[in-house]
Design a protein around this ligand. Structure first.
Ligand SMILES: [Zn+2]
Length: 189
């Protein structure tokens, strides 16, 4: 057990902005849309209410409306939620966009590239290999572990399997925390 790591480093994955949406624009060849700062539109018709999340083509700015509530009875929606829609509450925009049911209903996928960061502690532990690293997700950002580990260790993705020990699939994106053991460069067989 002499190689048992005695240092546990926390790494945190967090969102830096909202992800883009994979989106086929009707006016231009772009395949990407953004919620921008985040805006809802609500329209009451008698006792029925429609709420949409507005998204904008990143290339030509064409705006589209994604239904959040369709022909819902006003009373069926929590008044606090309704206020959030009217105020374009950023937390509600994020919660709506990141809701898996909402995405599935509209057949949408999120593009997280450039929308997250890894927050490792400053590392000056070269003497203390191997490390145990505990990765935690502050936001449900689906990241391939090999990509994340390569970024954290400052190595190439192909080097990752030789540098670490872990039970998880390195290539399958995940949003659940995991741990791995990292060895010094060149020390692994
Ligand atoms: Zn467009």
């Amino acid at each position: 057990m002499s190689s048992q790591p005695h240092i546990v480093l926390p790494w945190i994955v967090r969102r830096t902005r909202l992800p883009l949406l994979s989106w086929r624009c009707l006016d231009c060849p772009s395949k990407s849309a953004t919620t921008g700062k985040g805006r809802f539109r609500a329209n009451a018709n008698g006792k029925l209410l429609d709420v949409w999340l507005l998204v904008r083509c990143v290339s030509c700015d064409r705006t589209s409306k994604l239904p959040v509530h369709e022909r819902a009875t006003v009373r069926s929606i929590d008044p606090a939620l309704l206020d959030g829609y009217h105020a374009n509450d950023p937390k509600l925009v994020a919660a709506t966009l990141l809701d898996p049911l909402f995405l599935r209903r509209h057949g949408l996928a999120l593009d997280w590239q450039g929308a997250w960061e890894l927050d490792p502690l400053p590392v000056g532990l070269d003497e203390a290999w191997p490390w145990q690293v505990a990765v935690n997700f502050e936001d449900p950002v689906p990241v391939r572990p090999d990509r994340l580990i390569a970024q954290g260790l400052g190595c190439s993705r192909s080097e990752v399997p030789r540098r670490i020990k872990s039970d998880i699939s390195l290539r399958r994106p995940r949003t659940l925390g995991f741990t791995f053991i990292a060895m010094a460069r060149g020390s692994a067989g």
